[in-house]
Design a protein around this ligand. Sequence first.
Ligand SMILES: [Zn+2]
Length: 172
Amino acid sequence: MCKCLPFLHGYWTRAQEYTYSADATFATKPGHALSAEEKHVIDQNGTEQAGTGTYNKFYPGQGYFACRKCGSPIYSAQAKFDSGCGWPAFDKCFTGAIKMRRELNGRVEIMCTCGAHLGHVFDGEGFTEENQRHCANSRSLQYVKAKPAGELTETKLDTASALGQAHRPSYT
Ligand SMILES: [Zn+2]
């Protein structure tokens, strides 16, 4: 293998971290201005096109992913893995960061506690030891290149406890 590749990979990752990152103050500024595309996903249960999201192939070695709308920490950088599905995938989240809702079609929607739509969660696919895949939209998240405030723990979700509610399912 070419000796340049690890170097180039490191350079690319650092360039991405710089381009995509917010600093630690992101979490202290609620009510972030959302673009029309972000509102479509976050407020209207939309789904960005597979393979197009900013964070799809983005694997920072540190930091965390916050809710794009309210700034709450949702995922550590370490929870992210490559599922190959076209959207950012995580196998656990910060404890208490996510609420669930079972859709009429049986899928389990995941939301920030502020109500922002993140995506869906799936069990039993065998990608990682946690055996859980949070399939999240890049547009729902903001990478923050800092440690989240406080001592946060991480957990997988108990999807069996997700309650169904009559609401508009997110088919698109
Ligand atoms: Zn939020």
